[in-house]
Design a protein around this ligand. Structure first.
Ligand SMILES: *Cc1c(COP(=O)(O)O)cnc(C)c1O
Length: 293
């Protein structure tokens, strides 16, 4: 496996206009692999292990722009696991970069209606196969188990706050489970009106001492939407810190944390860790002059 976990670093980080002595650092999970990026490797590893052990094929679910689909395709190829994805919506005339790379990695793609997708149908062609199913975004107990290992890649006792972006909330639940007593976990939802997120996270949380909070106001228009303000912020952040972010997840995370700092959400002396969960491929859908790694 060519996922390079020893490439992970904890980089110093700062936001312009931060005046108190809060210290920010960022855990660079984006450095481990160009396609099996960031949190996806952690969320997938136990699903893959199970499939290899029981010689099963993998079936998973996602949208045409899903980092999860791309990561699953690449990870299955490296582990020589046969994999299929059910993609939400009609087959597009022009494939997105995610779909192109997934196909190149040997993933079989089925396009289904939104209604079929919401029922998580299994394509008829596969009905006689022995399948190992990975839910959308790796949400589930195997996904959270892997995500609990993210904080093994830093000295977690150094931090008062741990902050991450959330789609399905699987990574957030893993961080919450791995948190030390007294640490606060701030979760930035990247979807608009994702009112079920707290419940979805809660269903995977086993650490009932943990203090965690979901912020719903930093979606910048909704999933995979952006605002000029967000894109300017990401550019300015990259120029100043050399940390690239993506506009779907990590850009919104950093934007939210800079806003929260300005709103004095972090007491003086806080030591804040941001999780760079990867996803830089997502910028291919924009003509952004940000690098991909
Ligand atoms: C998939 C993804 C997330 C969301 O992870 P969840 O566990 O679904 O909340 C966050 N950041 C990046 C970069 C991602 O690709």
């Amino acid at each position: 496996m060519t996922v390079q976990l020893n490439n992970i670093t904890v980089d110093d980080f700062h936001f312009s206009g931060g005046e108190n002595d809060t210290r920010f650092q960022i855990l660079r999970l984006d450095k481990i692999h160009p396609e099996i990026s960031g949190n996806k490797w952690f969320k997938l590893r136990y699903y893959l292990q199970h499939a290899v052990k029981h010689k099963k094929k993998i079936l998973t679910y996602g949208g045409a722009w899903s980092n999860h689909i791309l990561a699953t395709a690449a990870a299955c190829r490296e582990n020589k696991i046969s994999c299929t994805a059910v993609i939400r919506g009609e087959e597009p005339a022009n494939y997105s970069p995610v779909l192109l790379s997934a196909k190149e990695n040997g993933m079989q793609l089925f396009f289904v209606t939104r209604e079929e997708y919401s029922r998580q149908i299994i394509p008829e062609e596969l009905s006689s196969e022995d399948l190992s199913i990975i839910p959308q975004g790796g949400y589930g107990t195997a996904g959270v188990k892997g995500a609990e290992e993210i904080l093994d890649h830093c000295n977690k006792e150094n931090f008062t706050h741990i902050c991450c972006a959330a789609g399905t909330g699987t990574m957030a639940a893993g961080l919450i489970n791995a948190a030390l007593p007294g640490q606060k976990i701030f979760v930035i939802s990247v979807l608009k009106n994702h009112s079920g997120l707290e419940n979805d996270i809660g269903a995977l949380v086993s650490n009932d001492q943990a203090e965690w909070k979901v912020f719903h106001q930093y979606h910048c228009g909704g999933y995979a939407k952006s605002t000029p303000d967000l894109l300017n912020f990401m550019k300015e952040l990259y120029d100043r810190t050399a940390v690239p972010t993506d506009f779907v997840y990590t850009g919104k995370l950093c934007y939210a944390i800079s806003r929260l700092q300005k709103a004095h959400a972090f007491p003086a002396g806080s030591r804040v860790l941001l999780i760079h969960s990867g996803g830089l491929m997502g910028n291919l859908s924009l003509s952004l002059s940000l690098p991909l790694s």
